[in-house]
Design a binder for this molecule. Sequence first.
Ligand code: PEP
Ligand code: MN
Length: 313
Amino acid sequence: MMSEMTTTTSKNLPNNLNAAPASMGTAHRLPMLTANRPVKISFAHGSSSLVSGPSEVLIGDGRVALIAGPCAIESHEVLLETAQAVKASGACCLRGGIYKMRTSPDSFQGLGESAFSFISEVKRAVGLPLASEITDPRQLGDFVDSVEMFQVGSRNMYNYELLKELGALNKPVLLKRAFAATVDEWLKAADYVVKGGNENVILCERGIRTFENTSRNTLDLNSVAYLKMHSSYPVIVDPSHGTGRPELIGPMSLAAIAAGADGLIIEVHPHPIHALSDAHQALSFDQFAAIVGDVRRVAEALGRKLTTVEPAT
Ligand code: PEP
Ligand code: MN
């Protein structure tokens, strides 16, 4: 499916905006714009990634993929209840941290190994693949059996040894942008995975740290529009960490889709104020369902559909 949103021209852009940064690598880079060349905002010009587990999901094919779930996997019950609710609302993939990279060592660090005893059962029951953050290469053995999309968190975007290990797999890697990484540094981190032979990289814009403190981070949607024009990676937006404020998650989700994002990753919890991690930004099931309704309408206005879950082949 190919849908073009609008056509503009790069004719009036200053020359330095049309030039590839000298340091830019080559993998997944599209040719830079040349003067007078029309710039088409296309939703399906790149490569897509297949997330395959108890069911299959294609990310980056022009549709809008919704990934949702708790910040951290807290218990069998919370995971199951959340997975059922987000799937019923239209999510195609579940999220949930098994190991959490918390700023304070006193905060909940995730269930760790004990979560693996019930994850597969929940996924089978609900039929959604799982995205979860891998924080250390020593977790690879357990992850390969239980997790369909390996998330690299902001704090680990510069962990090149971890990226190299993920490059040797054939699983999709959801690579989050570090708090203060430039787009070029982020693309170079992606190169570490691709150079190992794994082209299944999905970039995730999760906000950057700026002087602004009304929101947890500043969600840089410039990067989304830029990457959709200049790279072929699917790009997902995380408005939960990007704003840190539940009331901003809906509006920024819509803006992300309008900017060309291939999907969203959103934190949802049955009882947001009781969440063990990132409680302040978790959405209730009803709040998530309302946002999905709005996202669907914006997507349809742009000739796009929500990603559906397909049976595993
Ligand atoms: C998360 O997804 O829960 C998370 C910790 O995100 P980030 O790495 O973007 O801070
Ligand atoms: Mn979180």
